[in-house]
Design a binder for this molecule. Structure first.
Ligand SMILES: C=C(O[C@@H]1C=C(C(=O)O)C=C[C@H]1O)C(=O)O
Length: 461
């Protein structure tokens, strides 16, 4: 499935966005004024398509784009900007909601795989959502002791800022790029990992590396997110704030998708390049499916996901043989694991059970994590962490943040990793990470790869 194409120019809309919102809020003022001050309050409004287009061509703190859905948000509700899981659950029970639109959601993140740990939630003040062809605006606030008009004024100001026309996108050339670790150090790290595996410390560990790309001018993360969304990806395009700037990703890996009681986790591990001719591409896919190392690497991930899901699901199933996910530059072995979640559990329970999987950490998890800590692999931004959203019913999605970069000023810190098994060859694993880096390099605007193209180099070529 492809990502919906974005119109390059916003369609015309006559009313100024701020005026439109004030008029749309007017009929609700009395009800907002009478709502209990100690509860969260949300109002969902239908939004004209043209205003939605203004937003997706403008600026947003958080962006989430799926094949059948788009979400953009600004602001975080004061006092609920960083919610604990418990606080979210309590708030959901005492929420005053108006309007006939989608329920409010919180965005969530979880730390990179070597750190692990639970989810953080952030409650957006303004959420623009297009789902099933319908555009809506969900406004959320905590009125506390303020008059209702103070709250609606804040919403209107944010909406004006969000719909202000974005600066014209300019393309900035690459000034320099650097690999950390460099190739020699990478080889040493992979050898250390394969030795530890042969010494039976663990079966698999995921090593990662970064490329720091510096452009001549500051990077426009919103423009990059739009470019990513225009490409065709299997998965999710996202932009989330992270420790030093923001993280952008076009990731194919979905850790958890929950709708009602149905939970699906997508095991993705085992990688090969794509080729322009069908014959060569199919041959590579056959080699990937038949490669014992890749199959074992994949099987570890499926087994671990199934074990974790058994703790929270009653029924579990997955196809006996992996399928393939085909991306523009890569193909992966893929197994969707489906389950029927136990009564009363939500997406956050699924995250607690599943994150991180051996696809981004290793197996068994504890010694793989200890190895990464000893080797001081510090992953920037949200790389191999999670990003996603949850609604008040506990449904939602969590993607593993891959094919990503943390953007700060003129710098993009790109990350890619590979599963290391006993027989891993350092150069083949380097080639695989090169290929993974191209997903983001392509979007950044043709930054030339520091190494020869991995397509021709891969162990499957
Ligand atoms: C670690 C990454 O990707 C993960 C590792 C894979 C592998 O080793 O084959 C495949 C998909 C992802 O689960 C990455 O893209 O950086």
């Amino acid at each position: 499935m492809g990502i919906v194409a974005l119109p390059s120019k916003p369609r015309q809309h006559n009313a100024a966005p701020g005026d439109w919102l004030e008029a749309a809020l007017a009929p609700w003022m009395a009800q907002i004024g009478a709502a209990p001050g100690e509860n969260l309050l949300s109002l969902a409004l239908d939004l004209p398509d043209a205003l939605f287009d203004l937003v997706r061509n403008g600026r947003a703190d958080r962006v989430w784009i799926a094949p059948d859905e788009e979400m953009f948000s600004v602001g975080a509700v004061a006092g609920f900007a960083d919610m604990s899981v418990d606080r979210w659950r309590v708030a959901c029970r005492r929420w005053t909601r108006f309007g006939d639109g989608p329920a409010p959601i919180a965005f969530l993140t979880a730390p990179p795989a070597p750190l692990g740990g639970g989810a953080h939630l952030s409650l957006p003040e303004l959420l623009l959502r297009r789902s099933e062809g319908r555009c809506s605006l969900v406004l959320t606030g905590y009125r506390d002791f303020r008059p209702a008009a103070a709250l609606t004024r804040e919403w209107a100001e944010r909406f004006r800022a969000m719909t202000a026309p974005a600066a014209k996108e300019t393309h900035s050339p690459v000034e320099r790029q650097e690999d950390r670790p460099d190739r020699a150090e990478w080889r040493a790290r992979v050898r250390a990992a394969t030795q530890a595996i042969r010494a039976k410390r663990f079966d698999k560990v995921v090593l990662a590396r970064k490329r720091v790309v510096t452009l001549r001018a500051p990077i426009d993360a919103d423009a990059l997110a739009r470019r990513m969304a225009q490409g065709c990806v299997e998965g999710r395009v996202l932009k989330f704030p992270s420790a030093n700037g923001c993280t952008l990703a076009a990731t194919p890996e979905l850790l958890a998708v929950k709708r009602g009681r149905a939970l699906v986790s997508h095991a993705l591990a085992g990688t090969a390049p794509r080729f322009p001719t069908t014959a060569q591409d199919d041959e590579t896919a056959r080699t990937l499916r038949g490669c014992a190392k890749e199959r074992r690497e994949h099987a570890l991930v499926v087994q671990s996901i199934a074990e974790s899901m058994r703790e929270i699901c009653d029924e579990l199933s997955h196809p006996p043989e992996p399928g393939l996910v085909k991306l523009p530059r890569l193909q992966h072995l893929w197994t969707p694991v489906s389950g029927h979640m136990r009564e009363g559990l939500d997406l956050l329970d699924a995250i607690a059970a599943l994150h991180p999987t051996p696809a981004v950490l290793g197996w068994p998890k504890a010694p793989a994590r200890a190895f990464l800590r000893e080797n001081e692999e510090r992953r920037d931004g949200l790389y191999t962490g999670l990003a996603g959203w949850i609604d008040a019913e506990g449904d939602g999605e969590a993607a593993v943040v891959l094919r990503c970069a943390e953007i700060q000023g003129r710098e993009a810190r790109l990350w890619a990793g590979a599963g290391i098994m006993a027989e891993s060859d350092p150069d083949a694993e380097w080639a695989e990470t090169e290929l993974k880096l191209t997903t983001f390099l392509d979007i950044l605007g043709g930054a030339p790869s520091a190494e020869p193209r991995a397509r021709e180099q891969s162990r499957h070529g």
